[in-house]
Design a protein around this ligand. Sequence first.
Ligand code: ATP
Length: 913
Amino acid sequence: MTLAYQLDVSEVLRQLDARAEGLDTAEAERRLIANGYNELAQHKLDSWWTILWRQLTATMVVILLVAAIVSGFLGDVREAIAIFAIVIFNAALGLRQEYQAERAIAALKRLAVPTVRVRRDRQVAEISARELVRGDIVLLEAGNVVPADCRLLESFNLRTLEASLTGESQPVDKHARTLATTALPVGDRGNMAFMGTVVAYGRGVAAVTATGMATELGRIATAIQTTHRQLTPLQLRLEKLGKGLAVVILAIVAVIFGLGLGRGESVSDMFLTAVSLAVAAVPEGLPAMVTIALALGAQRMLERRALIRKLPAVETLGSVDVICSDKTGTLTENRMTVTSLSTITQQMDVTPQTRATVPQTRLVLKDAPDFALLLAGASLCNDAHLEPASDRSERAREVGDPTETALVVAATAWDLEKGELETWFPRIAELPFDSDRKLMTTVHALPPPDLNLSAAAMALEPWRLQVKDCQSVAFMKGAVDCAIEICDRAWVAGCCLPLDSALRRKILADSDRLASEGIRVLGVAFRPLKKRAHEIDTDALERQFAFVGTVGTVDPARVEVQTAIQLCRSAGIRPLMITGDHPLTALHIARKLGLSEGDRVLTGMELDRLSDSELARQTEQVAVYARVSPQNKLDIVRSLQQRGHVVAMTGDGVNDAPALKQAHIGVAMGITGTDVAKEAADMVLLDDNFATIVAATREGRVIYDNIRKFIKFTLTGNSGELWAIAIAPLLGMPLPLLPLQILWINLLGDGILAIALSVEPGERSVMNRPPYRASESIFGRGVGRTIVWVGLQLGLLLLTIAYAYWSHNRAEWQTMAFATLAFSRIALAQTMRSDRDSFFQLDPRSNLPLLGAAIATASLQFAVLYLSVLQHMFVTLPLSIEDLGLCLVVSTVPFWAIEGEKAFARYRLNSKA
Ligand code: ATP
C-alpha cells in the first residue's frame, strides 16, 4: 500500500477525495458520522451503577452491612432492615453527588480540547479538534499541537517536536516534498505531521490523513489511556488524617465495646453500637467530599470564565500569594491602534484612522515617501489581514494578532491595501516572530520595474528605483531596541546612510519618549537581497538591515483590572507584571493600574546578570519586569517559589510552557494562547483577563473555606457523640444513643447538612485576609480548637440531659439525648456558615440548600419522634411539649458558644484596628 508520505501532494488530495481549498461542511459532517470523532479512545465515564457499587462496597459500609446481617441473624431483623435502608439511602445521596462531580469534570475536559484552524467552505474556520475528518485542510503554526496525522501541502520553516512519538528531543524540519517509495520509520517521514506532536516553529498547511485511533499516536495510545485519577495534595493530607483518626477512633470504640461488655450489655447490642460508631465517626468520606467540592467549584469558576484543567488547581488557588501576569491582553485590552509614525527625519501623530483623514494623509504620503515605505513594510512583514465586510454598514473584520492588524488597518487607511501589496511583492520566505528575538522577517519578490502600482503606492517609486537591481527584499519589524541591533544603515529621505551611533541614540531616545507615554513602538527595516527564493538562507537573514522608522501603537489598560489589583492587595496577593514589552511602556501601564511598587523596572538583561540570591531579593521588591524572555519568566517563578511563595503565572507562547509548568498555577490565555501553553497550564482564562485570575483566586479561597467548614462541622459532631458514649459508662449509665440513632444522625442528617455547607457563597472578608499558607494545617485558624472544645461541650450536654432523665427513671431519657443531638447539629450547621460573621448577619437566602437541608432534617427528626412506625424502629418515645422545648433550648448551647467566640474575635479585631 502506498502511504501519504510517498505520494505527491495532488495524488494525496485525490486519494483523500479532498481539495486544497478545504471540504465543505456537509461533506465533513458526513465523514464525521462515518468515521467518528477525532479522539483517542477515552477511559469511559463511570456509569451510575458503577458509582453506586463503589459507594456500597466502601470498607466502612461493608462492615456495617455485615454487622447488620449478623445482628439480623442474632434476632433483630427489624434493626437489620433499618440499617440497610439507611445505608442504601446514604449511598444514593453519595451517588448523586459523585455522579454530578464526574459529569462536571468530564464537561471541563471536553472544553479543554483545543481548536484548530481549517479550511471549510472555502474559508478559514476554527473548529474543535474533535471534529476534524480525513481530507480536512488544517493550518498549522508555532504553538499548535498537531491535531491529527497530516500530509504537509506547504511548509514555511515548519519544525515540529516529535518527542512524544519518537523520543527525538530536537525539533524536526518539515517540508512538503514527496519522499522515497520505500517504507520509512515515523521519525523520517519529513512531509508528515503527527497527532500529539508540537509545532515548535514556522507554519504550514496540511491535509488530514488519519484521525483518532487510526493515527500513529492512536496505535500506541492504549498504554497512555488509563486516566488514573490523581489525588490532590489536600486529599492526600486528608486521607492520611482519616487513617490516623480511624486508628484513634477504632481504639476508643474498642474501649467502649469492652466497657459495655464489662457492664453486662448484650454482645449483639455492643457489637452493633461499636460498628455504628466506627462507621459514623471515621471520616473516610473526606477525600471524596473534597473531589466533589473541587469539581463543583471548577464548574462555578467556569461561569467566571476560568477553565480549570487540573483539579488540584482549585484548591491551590486559595493559597496563591503572587500573581505574575503578562501585560498585553491580560492587563490591557489587546486592542491596538496606531497613533504615531516616525521616519528618521519626520514624526506624525495620527488619530485612529478614519476614512476622513485619508485625503489629507494621501498628500502626506506623496510628499513623504518614507512613510509609504514604513507602512508598506509593516503591512507586508505581517500575518494579519482584513476580511472585507459582508455588509456596507459593517467594518472589515480584522484577522490575526492585534499588533499586526493595527498595522494593516493603518496601511489600509493610507490606501496601501495589504492584498494588493502582496500581489506586487509576494512573500517567498520568512522567519516568524518569536518572543526571544522579538523580531519578525519576511522576504518578498520584487515586481518588474515596469509594473504600475496604485496611486498611493506610487509613493514607493523612489525606493523601488534604489532596489531595482536586486532579486528580492526582506522586511523586518520588531521591538526597536532589538531591531536596531541588526541594522547597519538607515533610510533617510530616499537613500541609505550608515547608521552611526548618534543616529542610533536618536532613534532610541525618540522611541523611549513614546514608550514612556505607554506607546508600544515597533521598528521597521528592509534589506535588499541579491538572492532568489531557493537561495535564501533564513538563518543568516537577520543582519545588515536598513532602518526605516517606527510605528507607535496604543493598547488601553483594561478598566476592571484596576479594581482587581486593589482587591489583590487587600487579599495579601502581590501582582507582578512580566512583559516582553519596553520597560517604559510597561511602567506607564503599571502606574496607571496601580500595580507598580515604586518606579523600578527590571529588564531581562538585568535579570540575566543577577545571582540567585540577588534575584530572590529583587523579586521581593520590584513589581514590573520588561523585555523578559521566557527563560527569565522561569527564573522569576523559581526564585519566588524558593522564598516560599505560591505563584500563579500567565503565559501564551510556546516558550512559556516551562514557566507555566513550574508555577503552582500555570495560567494560559484562552483567546491568544497557543495549544502548547494551554496544555501546560492548570487554568485557562477564557477571556484573557487579569480580573478573571483574581475572581478564580477568590473562588479558590471560598472552596477551601467550605472544605474546612465541612470538616469542622462533621468532626465536631462526631467528637461530641464519641465523648457522650465513652463517658456514659463511667457514670454507670447505659449507652445514651442507640446504633440506629447514631447512623441516622451521621449518615442522613449530617450528610445533607454538611453537603449544603460546602456550597456556601463565601465570606464577606474572603478577600480581606491573607491567603492560607500551602503548608498550613487544615485544622489551623481555630478549626481544631472548635472540634475539640465544642465537641466536648456537646458530649457533656448530651450526657447531662440523658443523666438527668435517666436518674429520674424517665423512659424518654435516650430520646432526649437523641433529639438534642439532632437539633444541636442543625443549629451548629447554621453558625458554622461563617468563621467570622454572626449568624444573624448572614442572609438565609444566600445558602438556600442549607436552609432546605435544615428544614428537611428537622422534619425528619420530628417524624422519627412522633410517627409510630419510625418510633418503633428507632426506639423513640413521643416527647411532651415541655421536653421538646427543653431539647430545643439545650441544643442551641453549642450554637451560642460559637457565636460568642466569633463575637469575641470580632471585638479583638476591631479594637486592634
Ligand atoms: P506580554 O509579554 O505582556 O504579552 P508583549 O506582547 O509585548 O507583552 P511579546 O509578545 O514577547 O510580549 O513581544 C515582545 C516585543 O516584541 C513587543 O514589545 C514588540 O516590540 C515586539 N512584537 C510583538 N509582536 C510582534 C510582531 N508580531 N512582530 C514583530 N514584533 C513584535
